[in-house]
Design a protein around this ligand. Structure first.
Ligand code: TXA
Ligand code: MG
Length: 347
């Protein structure tokens, strides 16, 4: 069955798209919806068949838990149990960042099955700010499980077209809400009690930056060792990977092109002075933020550009580093994982 793409160009079209999405979700089907970060593959979080279908469509291993989406603070306690010791800081965080790209890992309520959380006693909860996602949640009137709408380990989709490329005919409906405003997946945070002030463990860096979180507690960046992979599986060493090998450079000097090999360049701002543009006869150059280089613009274009270069037929994608501050931390995290090979050459 071909995937239906519902457009949202007018209020009437949006209404119809939302109605279609809700009706499919009520039947237990999964549908792709836009969020402000990346497109999500949504299903009824309380329906085991819908949850199983999400894993199947994404070819996602069952050890990798799903994010549960709620409209906002008022519905948080339907899915999570906020311990008293951290309830003050959790309230401040959700009042500041929700709806928006912040996911909180909290002890789960019994209503959320082990299937959703991969057997963990915690659940990842988020409230998207995307108007279409919010409309669907409101009409559906229950929590939705929604991981990024890509096959496991691959590039996250930031457009409806990218979802179709990723999931093909595996899903009945994609609601086209245009390009995603952030372009990178939400920041995932685990809140713990600390001495004097709460500890905010960043399990995945994202649009809500460490700088923005600092007023709320002691921010710790969690680096996940490979053997801990299943703890935070989206943080596996190799993730967000294009099919084409990707090499992340630390400086222009470390790159020497090989004879006969075809290269594409993922450039931060296409500035001659940075020294990357002339390194090879690049078949294709994608620029994240032309001119002076702005990290929010680079974030929006990141997965889109990576996907574009992946489809260009070159032998290798060469990536420039971006400044590792603010949103640049999340971009560099994705670049490092995209450049890590999945144990290739080891077996
Ligand atoms: O921006 C986003 O968060 C997007 C949009 C669609 O909402 N969703 C998203 O979901 O990125 P997904 O499934 O691609 O990534 C969720 C990550 C995974 O790495 C998963 O391992 C982690 O969250 N996760 C989920 N539940 C967890 C838990 N209880 N403890 C630790 N990590 C968890
Ligand atoms: Mg994902």
């Amino acid at each position: 069955m071909p995937t239906e793409i519902a457009l949202t160009d007018t209020p009437e079209m949006t209404k119809e798209a939302v109605r279609r999405a809700v009706s499919l979700l009520k039947e237990g089907a999964v549908v792709a919806l836009p969020t402000e970060t990346v497109y999500g593959l949504a299903g009824d979080a309380l329906n085991p068949e819908a949850v199983a279908r999400i894993f199947e469509v994404k070819e996602r291993p069952h050890f990798d838990p799903l994010i549960v989406h709620v409209p906002g603070k008022g519905q948080l306690d339907e899915v999570a149990e906020v311990p008293d010791e951290i309830s003050a800081v959790v309230t401040r965080l959700v009042e500041t960042f929700w709806p928006g790209p912040l996911t909180l890992v909290l002890p789960k309520k019994a209503a959320i099955s082990d299937l959703v959380t991969s057997g963990k006693d915690t659940v990842a909860v988020r409230a998207s700010s995307h108007p279409i996602f919010r409309k669907v949640l409101k009409e559906f009137n229950g929590p939705l499980a929604a991981p990024s709408a890509n096959r496991f380990g691959r590039i996250s989709p930031t457009s409806a077209q990218a979802v179709v490329e990723e999931l093909g005919e595996g899903i009945p409906l994609v609601v086209n809400g245009g390009a995603c405003a952030c372009g990178l997946e939400s920041t995932i945070l685990k809140v713990l009690t600390g001495e004097g002030k709460p500890v905010l463990q960043v399990l995945r860096s994202g649009p809500v930056t460490a700088e923005e979180l600092k007023p709320f507690g002691k921010v710790e960046q969690v680096t996940v060792a490979a053997e801990d992979g299943p703890e935070v599986p989206g943080q596996l060493e190799s993730h967000y990977a294009p099919a084409t090998p990707l090499r992340l450079l630390a400086s222009p000097e470390e790159f020497v092109p090989e004879e006969g090999k075809r290269y594409a360049l993922l450039s931060y701002r296409a500035n001659e002075k940075d020294g990357y543009l002339d390194l090879a006869e690049f078949e294709k150059v994608a620029v994240l933020s032309p001119g002076s280089g702005k990290l929010p613009e680079a974030a929006v274009r990141f997965f889109f550009s990576l996907r574009e270069l992946d489809g260009s037929g070159v032998d290798e994608i060469v990536a420039e580093p971006v400044p590792e501050r603010g949103l640049g931390v999340a971009i560099m995290d994705r670049l490092r994982r995209a450049s890590a090979t999945r144990g290739r050459g080891q077996d």
